[in-house]
Design a protein around this ligand. Structure first.
Ligand SMILES: C[S@@+](CC[C@H](N)C(=O)[O-])C[C@H]1O[C@@H](n2cnc3c(N)ncnc32)[C@H](O)[C@@H]1O
Length: 204
C-alpha cells in the first residue's frame, strides 16, 4: 500500500487475481471458512426468510448459499466468471440466482432488494461512488447495507493489505453517507483469530 492509498477504501481496484488459473485458485481458497462472516452478516442485517438479499462480489458464494439456507431470496453478483462457475457447481439446485456483473452496474431492478451485503469485495471496486449508488438503487427505502473487510494495519503489504485500516473504514463510511445511507455503524470483530471490520447502514 502506498501513502496515496491510506485514505482510499478501494485501494485494490483492478486487482488481476480473479481470472484464469489464479482466479480459480482464489475461488477454491474462499469456498470454505466463510461461515462466520455470513453469520455476522445475518445477525447485523437481521436477515429473515422474507428478505431479498443481493451479495455484491459474492465470489464462490459461501455467504450467499448460507443466506439462502435461511430462506431468503438471494442473488449473488460477481464480475468474475470463474467465481460464478465455482458458485454454480456448489449450488446445483440453484438456491441462489448467480448473476454476472460489477458493483458499478448491477444488472438488477430498482428497489428490488431489502438487504445488500458485500464481503471482502469493496476494496476491489474500481468506482466506489458508482458502486454505492448502485447498492442504493437496488435497495428499497429503509433497506440494509452490510459491508465487511479484513481489518488491516497501516503499511501492510501483500494479502495482509486486502482490507481496511481505520482511516479507510472511516472514508468508506463518509462515502456511504454521501451516497444516501444513514444510521451508519462501524464495528470490529475477531473471526478465526483474524480482525474484521464491518459497516452497516440503512438506505434513506
Ligand atoms: C476476496 S473475494 C471475496 C468473495 C466473497 N465475498 C467471499 O467473501 O468469499 C472479492 C470478490 O470481489 C469481486 N469483485 C472484484 N471487483 C468487483 C466489482 N467491481 N464489483 C463487484 N465485485 C467485485 C471479485 O471478483 C471477488 O469475487
Amino acid at each position: 500500500m502506498t501513502d496515496a492509498d491510506t485514505l482510499v477504501p478501494n485501494h485494490h481496484a483492478h486487482y488481476p487475481g480473479f481470472s484464469g488459473f489464479s482466479g480459480l485458485l482464489a475461488a477454491l481458497s474462499m469456498v470454505r471458512g466463510r461461515a462466520e462472516e455470513a453469520d455476522l452478516a445475518v445477525e447485523a442485517t437481521h436477515l429473515t426468510s422474507t428478505d431479498r438479499l443481493v451479495d455484491v462480489g459474492c465470489g464462490p458464494g459461501s455467504a450467499a448459499r448460507r443466506a439462502a439456507r435461511r430462506g431468503a431470496a438471494v442473488t449473488g453478483v460477481d464480475p468474475a466468471g470463474v467465481m460464478l462457475q465455482v458458485a454454480r457447481v456448489l449450488d446445483p439446485a440453484r438456491h441462489v440466482a448467480w448473476t454476472r456483473g460489477g458493483a458499478e452496474a448491477l444488472p438488477l431492478p430498482d428497489g428490488g432488494a431489502t438487504v445488500v451485503w458485500s464481503i471482502a469485495s469493496v476494496h476491489h471496486w474500481p468506482d466506489l461512488e458508482a458502486g454505492l449508488a448502485e447498492c442504493r438503487r437496488v435497495l428499497e427505502p429503509g433497506g440494509r447495507l452490510f459491508v465487511a473487510e479484513r481489518h488491516t494495519q497501516p503499511g501492510a503489504s501483500g494479502l495482509a493489505s486486502h482490507g481496511w485500516t481505520d482511516l479507510q473504514t472511516e472514508a468508506f463510511t463518509d462515502a456511504c453517507r454521501a451516497a444516501g445511507f444513514e444510521e451508519l455503524q462501524i464495528a470490529s470483530h475477531r473471526l478465526r483469530r483474524r480482525p474484521l471490520i464491518t459497516v452497516v447502514g440503512r438506505r434513506t
